[in-house]
Design a protein around this ligand. Structure first.
Ligand SMILES: C[S@@+](CC[C@H](N)C(=O)[O-])C[C@H]1O[C@@H](n2cnc3c(N)ncnc32)[C@H](O)[C@@H]1O
Length: 289
C-alpha cells in the first residue's frame, strides 16, 4: 500500500490525534449521542474541560466532529451485525487512537488486530499505558509501514487467520492514499478466503460539491495538508459500487449526506446537502456447501 503523503520517520500521525480529539469532543459536547465511547477522553490524556474548550474555539470543525461520530457508529453497528453472521476477527486498519479493541463487547469471541505505522502505534501504546487502559488478550498489535511491507505480510506476522470471516475497519484513511493503494487494499479484503466485510469513508470529488460544501471542504483540506497529510483521493459513488461488485463484494451499502441525515438526524433530514462525505460497508461472504 502506498501512502500519498511522506511518512515522517518516528513521528506519530497528527491527523490520528485530530480524529481522536473529535471523538472525545463528541462525548463532552454532545454526550456521545451518536457514538458513545467511554475511553475517548481518557486516551487523549486531557480533561473534559480542555477537550470542550478546544472544540468550542474551533466551531467550524463541528461538521467534521459529527461526521467522525457517524462513521464510527456506522462501523461499530455493522461490526456487531457481522459478528452475528460469523465474523471472528477484526482488523483495524490505520487504527490511530481508536478505542474499540479496549471496550470490545465480544471479548475473546472477536480477535482484534490493530494495524498502524510503527511510530503511531508506539505512541498509542504509550497513551494506553499512561491512561491505565488495559490491553485485553484478544488484541494483537501489527506494526506495519505500508511503504516497506504489505498488509498481507504484516497480518501474517501477527497471526491473522485468512480462513476466519473478518471485519476490516478503515476509517479516515482512504482520502490520504493514492487510488492504486485504495484498490489494492480493497482487492486484498475481497480475496480473503473466509469472507470479509470492510467499512471505510470517502469524499465526493470537490469539483462536484455545491458552494457551501466546497468552501467547507477547501478549509478542511488546507488544514490536513498543513499537518503534512493531504487528501488526494476522492471517489464517485456509482463507479465505486460498480468496482466493488466487480471485486466480488456482494453487498454494498453506501450512505452519502442525505442517507446519513435520514438515518442519524431524521429531524433535520430535509436540510442536508446531497454531496460530501460518505461511509460505506462492503461484504463478501462465501457460500458454504
Ligand atoms: C487520519 S488517521 C486515522 C486514524 C483512525 N482510523 C481514526 O479514525 O482515528 C490515518 C492513519 O493512517 C496511518 N498511516 C499513515 N501512514 C502510514 C504508513 N506508511 N503505514 C501505516 N500506517 C500509516 C497513521 O498512522 C494514522 O493512524
Amino acid at each position: 500500500m502506498c501512502y500519498a503523503f511522506p511518512v515522517r520517520t518516528g513521528t506519530p500521525s497528527r491527523t490520528a490525534l485530530a480524529a481522536a480529539a473529535h471523538r472525545a469532543a463528541h462525548q463532552v459536547l454532545e454526550g456521545g449521542r451518536i457514538f458513545s465511547d467511554p475511553l475517548a477522553v481518557r486516551i487523549l490524556g486531557q480533561d473534559a474541560e480542555s477537550v470542550a474548550r478546544e472544540a468550542e474555539q474551533n466551531p467550524s470543525r463541528g461538521v467534521m466532529r459529527i461526521f467522525i461520530a457517524v462513521r464510527t457508529r456506522f462501523a461499530e453497528d455493522a461490526l456487531a451485525a457481522a459478528v452475528e453472521r460469523g465474523a471472528r476477527q477484526l482488523v483495524v486498519l490505520g487504527a490511530g487512537l481508536d478505542t474499540y479493541a479496549y471496550r470490545n463487547p465480544f471479548g475473546g469471541l472477536l480477535r482484534v488486530f490493530e494495524v498502524d505505522h510503527p511510530a503511531t502505534q508506539a505512541w498509542k501504546r504509550e497513551r494506553l499505558k499512561a491512561a491505565s487502559i488495559p490491553v485485553p488478550d484478544s488484541v494483537t498489535f501489527a506494526p506495519v509501514d505500508f511503504e516497506r511491507q504489505t498488509l498481507a505480510e504484516g497480518l501474517a506476522a501477527a497471526g491473522y487467520e485468512p480462513a476466519q470471516q473478518t471485519f476490516f475497519t478503515w476509517l479516515g484513511v482512504v482520502p490520504y492514499l493514492t487510488e492504486d493503494a485504495v484498490w489494492s487494499t480493497l482487492a486484498f479484503v475481497a480475496g480473503q478466503p473466509g469472507g470479509a466485510h470492510v467499512v471505510f469513508d470517502y469524499g465526493d470529488p470537490p469539483e462536484t460539491l455545491g458552494p457551501e460544501a466546497r468552501a467547507y471542504h477547501d478549509r478542511h483540506a488546507s488544514r490536513v495538508e498543513s499537518l503534512g497529510e493531504a487528501w488526494v483521493t476522492y471517489l464517485e459513488a456509482d463507479a465505486l459500487r460498480t468496482r466493488l461488485l466487480g471485486l466480488g463484494f456482494s453487498e454494498v451499502e453506501d450512505l452519502g449526506p442525505a442517507q446519513i441525515a435520514a438515518r442519524y438526524f431524521p429531524d433535520r433530514a430535509g436540510a442536508q446537502r446531497e454531496r460530501g462525505g460518505h461511509v460505506v460497508r462492503a461484504s463478501r461472504i462465501p457460500r458454504r456447501n
